[in-house]
Design a protein around this ligand. Sequence first.
Ligand SMILES: C[S@@+](CC[C@H](N)C(=O)[O-])C[C@H]1O[C@@H](n2cnc3c(N)ncnc32)[C@H](O)[C@@H]1O
Length: 221
Amino acid sequence: MTVDENRRMVDVYRNLAGKYDIVSNRLYVVGQRTMAYKHLAVQQLDLKPGDTVVDAGCGTGHNLPLLSKAVGPTGRVIGVDLTDAMLARADDRVRQHGLTNVTLQEADLTRFVFPKDTAGIIACFSLTLIREFGTVIQHGFDALAPGGRFVALDYKLPRWWPNFAVPAIGPMVAPFGGTLEMVRRKPFEEVARHAETMRMLERYFGWVYVAVGVAGDRSTV
Ligand SMILES: C[S@@+](CC[C@H](N)C(=O)[O-])C[C@H]1O[C@@H](n2cnc3c(N)ncnc32)[C@H](O)[C@@H]1O
């Protein structure tokens, strides 16, 4: 991401951090079950006790208690985010829940070095915001252990949505730093490109997807 893009994103999420959880909950009014989608995404990681998992763009840390429980006290959860204010909220959550196996890191995901032999990487509603999402996904797969999973939960345009109606989405994505160019991005295609196998689950009439990519054995490549 360019310095300007990062600055814009940080500005958006610094303003949003204090009310992010409330805004996110409000989406239930229009039928979006955001926490249920996150539970589903975490489940798809198929984590085991002792695993290392990265929450890429962890925001205020909705996933952290779920991930912490899944890897247990011998495991490791690393929450990464670009925005200090979002991480401050995540840190509150870590303390409130007494999560001893979670660390938080402020970083641009395009430059983040994923720990080698990571068992799982989860990115919820973050990849489409990053122009170089392909770099993030590639670095993620390079670091995943064979059989490790890259799970992306995000929005996409449903197949049935007409092209002429795309501009109508603008006002819905703008509060989250989204643009009309971003809504056409397809990180799930990049997950499919790097994965040995990939499964797509769709929710909310095709607006929401969970892409589950399983890493192959790269030692033989
Ligand atoms: C819509 S929020 C999603 C937060 C959380 N994953 C959730 O589902 O509630 C997007 C998050 O991505 C972060 N983000 C955007 N660009 C990023 C980048 N290049 N590197 C790391 N985090 C980024 C933002 O700071 C923000 O916290």
